[in-house]
Design a protein around this ligand. Structure first.
Ligand SMILES: C[S@@+](CC[C@H](N)C(=O)[O-])C[C@H]1O[C@@H](n2cnc3c(N)ncnc32)[C@H](O)[C@@H]1O
Length: 201
């Protein structure tokens, strides 16, 4: 039942703007891996709106039971059974054309972010795209007062969480052969970062 599933208002608010950016960039993609699917709202929505694409949800073990309910409720062939995936202990889940992850880099500890990019890269072909949505810092500065307050709230909740600096993100990404191709402004002071996998440096 829908009422038993966790719900994120942010997902409801950001799903259409994200879809507008994903749609033209995923025209030819057939399989996408989502890292940190959370409530599963993005997965079920994007699978419906991008029917040519198999959207593979994944997350830490604690989120799997409700994601399974969400997946069953959606009843879509292009939203397969959710997979357990911890980027710090990744198993190879096969080849995907693209990887997507929303609001994960400020939740996982900074020490896990290099694992995140390595995990994304290992599932992508050369020229495959990684989409990372969320709020970020630029040259040590917040892009809004609300992002500053959000960062303080995150760090009070868990000192290992917090908004990340774009230069650090690009450094971790490059080390995993992923190059920032686009940095797209999104509503509510968020960004959609698009990385492309290159051959090793
Ligand atoms: C704020 S939630 C975002 C959920 C969803 N993507 C969204 O936009 O609402 C952060 C997600 O990151 C996941 N996460 C944190 N650490 C992770 C790790 N090491 N590996 C995979 N996922 C992780 C959490 O389980 C959670 O689902």
């Amino acid at each position: 039942m829908a009422s038993t599933l966790p719900f994120s208002q942010a997902c409801e608010n950001n799903r259409h703007p994200i879809l507008d950016e994903l749609r033209p960039r995923l025209k030819t993609a057939l399989r996408l891996l989502e890292i940190g699917s959370g409530t599963g709202q993005h997965g079920s929505f994007f699978a419906t709106r991008l029917p040519h694409l198999e959207w593979q949800m994944s997350d830490l073990p604690g989120n799997i039971p409700h994601l399974q309910l969400r997946q069953a409720q959606a009843g879509r062939a292009n939203l397969p059974a959710v997979i357990t995936l911890d980027v710090t202990q990744p198993t190879h889940l096969g080849q995907f054309d693209a990887v997507f992850s929303a609001n994960t880099l400020h939740i996982m500890p900074a020490s896990a972010i290099s694992n995140f990019f390595e995990c994304a890269a290992m599932h992508l072909p050369i020229d495959g795209q990684l989409f990372v949505y969320g709020p970020f810092m630029y040259q040590g500065l917040y892009t809004s007062e609300s992002n500053r307050e959000f960062d303080l709230w995150l760090q009070e909740r868990n000192p290992r969480s917090g908004l990340r600096e774009i230069d650090d993100i690009c450094h971790w990404a490059r080390a995993a052969t992923l190059q920032l191709q686009e940095d797209i402004p999104m509503p509510a002071n968020n960004r959609l970062l698009v990385f492309v996998k290159h051959a090793g440096y």
